[in-house]
Design a protein around this ligand. Structure first.
Ligand SMILES: Cc1cc2nc3c(=O)[nH]c(=O)nc-3n(C[C@H](O)[C@H](O)[C@H](O)COP(=O)(O)OP(=O)(O)OC[C@H]3O[C@@H](n4cnc5c(N)ncnc54)[C@H](O)[C@@H]3O)c2cc1C
Ligand code: SF4
Length: 407
């Protein structure tokens, strides 16, 4: 491991215009981090990574690196690119345990409420707490992390990482209130009543999209994101049919194999999968079967029923044809998409959402309600950890400017 990452670091050309950085949605200063690492300045390198993106350790493990940093590295044009994420993982893993609160600003008397403890909420909490704001996170679930805790499976992202993040947040003075549903138990108006100067919404997308077809309420039918939250509480049998072929569907398939499934089939209406190639490759290695061009018609207690899709020249479905085809399966899992729950919008005066329930923001991440900011999946729909963290950084900086004006 040590030899490998040193080799990777030595491989880097220290480009004047590093394309790797352009390929990273968080614009990670990759060449500078590598230079510090080569000078044995591990903590300086870790600090640089953390300040740029507090989710650096998570990103080193779950980003689609071939679509981002490694995929853009100039060396990859003719040979192997620098696999920076391996170096990043080593540095950020060490830094997360050794970072201190030295340099953090003292409490400035202003309190901020953060709704949701996913990558967006955690990023805002780290930045604001570091800058002297009193931060309270309101989280609906019992543990922090959002989709890192309840979506991405343990075999891809060990949950102990989130305990370490929690410890660092607490050290910075962040307060965490678990089991509180904002827009249910408490309202955003209650937060302003109690003196919070601004509010951040990072509540993500937790409502599974439904198919609107017969059979969705049967006992053998489940939703992918609900299944991933607690796979051990489901009895799925030996044969599992998954409707959908995106990244979430890949995690459902791989988790099902680890919870008793012998055969897992994924069905897609069109001729292409929206999943990242490497996620699909892993699911294939686990034994998943991919079946394209099938449109779901209904679900029975014995399995789903399809018709062949009629596809246009781009491979998109434009209709169905032929006879119905029944596929025997003990369990059918629907993993097509997610969108936000509407509690916050329904209970907050002036807070507006677009047609898909996504919260509307301006260029400073402020919502249509004064003093309320938002970022992450709840704004742009299901995307990635690095996008949530990067947008949350913009939101945190805007919140500080907003609260300074208010001084
Ligand atoms: C199965 C799966 C696999 C994924 N794999 C990857 C991957 O490999 N790489 C990658 O980059 N991205 C991946 N993603 C996407 C990534 O996890 C999300 O883009 C990211 O977590 C979004 O962060 P967020 O903070 O906006 O929201 P979330 O992570 O969804 O966090 C939102 C938090 O808000 C809480 N909350 C919601 N409503 C309320 C309320 N009313 N009151 C209080 N709390 C509330 C929720 O409980 C949750 O903790 C995956 C997603 C899923 C579902
Ligand atoms: S593009 Fe590749 S070689 Fe150039 S600085 Fe980035 S990682 Fe190093």
């Amino acid at each position: 491991m040590a030899i490998r990452i040193v080799t990777e670091a030595n491989h880097c050309l220290q480009c004047k215009k590093p394309l790797c950085r352009e390929g990273c949605p968080a614009h990670t200063p990759i060449s500078q981090v590598i230079a510090l690492f080569k000078e044995n300045k591990l903590m300086e390198a870790g600090k640089m990574l953390f300040e740029n993106n507090p989710m650096s350790l998570v990103c080193s493990m779950v980003c689609d690196h071939m679509a981002q940093c490694a995929g853009h590295c100039v060396l990859g044009r003719k040979d192997q690119p620098v696999h920076f994420y391996e170096i990043e993982k080593f540095i950020s893993d060490a830094y997360l345990d050794r970072m201190t609160t030295e340099g953090a600003k003292p409490y400035n008397g202003k309190n901020v409420a953060v709704i949701g403890s996913g990558p967006a909420g955690m990023t805002v909490a780290f930045i604001l707490a570091w800058n002297g704001y009193g931060v309270t996170i309101f989280e609906e679930k019992d543990r922090i992390g959002g989709m890192l805790q309840y979506g991405i499976p343990d075999f891809r992202l060990p949950k102990t990482i989130l305990d370490r993040y929690k410890a660092r947040l607490l050290e910075l003075g962040v307060k965490i209130r678990p089991h509180v549903v904002m827009g249910g138990d408490l309202m955003i108006d209650n937060l302003f009543r109690d003196g919070y100067k601004s509010v951040f919404i990072g509540s993500g997308v937790w409502r599974p999209s439904t198919l609107g077809i017969e059979g969705e309420t049967l006992a053998n039918v489940h939703f992918g994101i609900s299944y991933l939250a607690r796979p051990a509480s489901y009895v799925i049998g030996h044969t599992v049919a998954i409707i959908g072929m995106g990244n979430v569907a890949m995690d459902v398939a791989r988790t099902a194999f680890r919870h008793g499934a012998q055969r897992v089939m994924l069905f897609q209406r069109g001729s292409k999968s929206p999943a990242s190639p490497h996620e699909m490759e892993y699911a294939k290695l686990d034994g998943a079967e991919f079946i394209f061009g099938k449109s779901i018609q209904r679900i029975t207690a014995q399995g789903p029923v399809f018709k062949n899709s009629v596809l246009n020249e781009d491979g998109r479905p434009i209709g169905v044809e032929g006879e119905e085809e029944f596929v025997p399966a003990d369990t059918t899992i629907i993993a097509i998409n997610q969108h936000p729950k509407d509690k916050l919008v329904n209970t907050t005066h002036g807070l507006e959402a677009g047609p898909r329930g996504l919260i509307i923001i301006d260029e400073n991440c402020m919502t249509t309600r004064e003093g309320v900011f938002a970022a992450g999946d709840v704004v742009h729909g299901s995307l990635t950890v690095v996008h949530a963290a990067n947008d949350a950084k913009t939101a945190a900086n805007s919140m500080m400017r907003y609260m300074e004006k208010d001084a």
